[in-house]
Write a protein that binds this ligand. Structure first.
Ligand SMILES: O=c1ccn([C@@H]2O[C@H](COP(=O)(O)O)[C@@H](O)[C@H]2O)c(=O)[nH]1
Length: 224
């Protein structure tokens, strides 16, 4: 079975990110590079991390008018990312155009409700109702737009999986039992997310900020 863990390398330096990735590469399935890394190091940084030899997930959370998002997707095509994120809130046309502009081997997935938000935060953005309903609504929109799947928390992935049988589900906000939650609010353990139907488990600080990243990655792998 392929290792479902993608290591989120939200680090300011390429050499430090690569050193951690090299250290743990036998215990993860891929590398996730997000806004911090991409804004600082762009294509060059992605090429460096691709040298590790694992699939690359570009978590750029694109959210703009359809033409602009399609252009951004075309611009990252050469990097051959395995997964790219857009925001479902960008709407159906934006998601359709993002998918049409993506490479054949790139899964395009839509961020539904960030795992750093709870229902109180959601209400403050003007959306009433539960996190669960918001995620299901945006998951339906992403499916209608022809995307490959969505990003959601481990609290919702079970229900989304029941409704969207062949969807691809990326789950961040994962914390091994007893580890610091930080800015995440809708959190479950990696094992709970996997059991509920997650295709990809995104894990960052519990590995990247651990005193011994290799031991942390191994310990997580053993729980799966
Ligand atoms: O809803 C979302 C969408 C993306 N993320 C990203 O996942 C990682 C999580 O890192 P941790 O250090 O394990 O908290 C990070 O890169 C986020 O940008 C998310 O957390 N929630």
């Amino acid at each position: 079975m392929t290792n479902p863990v993608y290591l989120a390398l939200d680090l300011p330096r390429v050499d430090a990110a690569r050193a951690i990735a090299e250290k743990v590469k036998g215990h993860i399935g891929g590398i996730k590079l997000g806004l911090e890394f991409f804004c600082a190091h762009g294509h060059h940084g992605v090429h460096e991390l691709a040298q590790v030899g694992l699939p690359i997930f570009l978590d750029l959370k694109l959210h703009d008018i359809p033409n602009t998002v399609a252009g951004a997707m075309q611009a990252i095509h050469v990097l051959e990312p395995r997964i790219v994120t857009v925001h479902a809130a960008g709407g159906r046309a934006m998601m359709e155009d993002a998918k049409a502009a993506a490479g054949e081997n790139t899964k395009v997935v839509a961020v539904t409700m960030l795992t750093s938000l709870d229902e109180r935060d959601l209400a403050r953005t003007g959306v009433s109702g539960s996190a669960h309903d918001q995620v299901l609504r945006l998951a339906d929109l992403a499916q209608d737009a022809g995307l490959d799947g969505i990003v959601c928390s481990g609290h919702e992935v079970g229900e989304v999986h029941r409704r969207w049988k062949h969807g691809f589900f990326v789950v961040p906000g994962l914390r091994p039992a007893g580890s610091a939650v930080g800015d995440q609010k809708r959190v479950v353990t990696p094992r709970a997310a996997r059991d509920a139907g997650a295709s990809v488990l995104v894990i960052g600080r519990p590995i990247s900020k651990a005193e011994d990243p290799l031991a942390a990655a191994r310990a997580i792998e053993e729980t799966l």
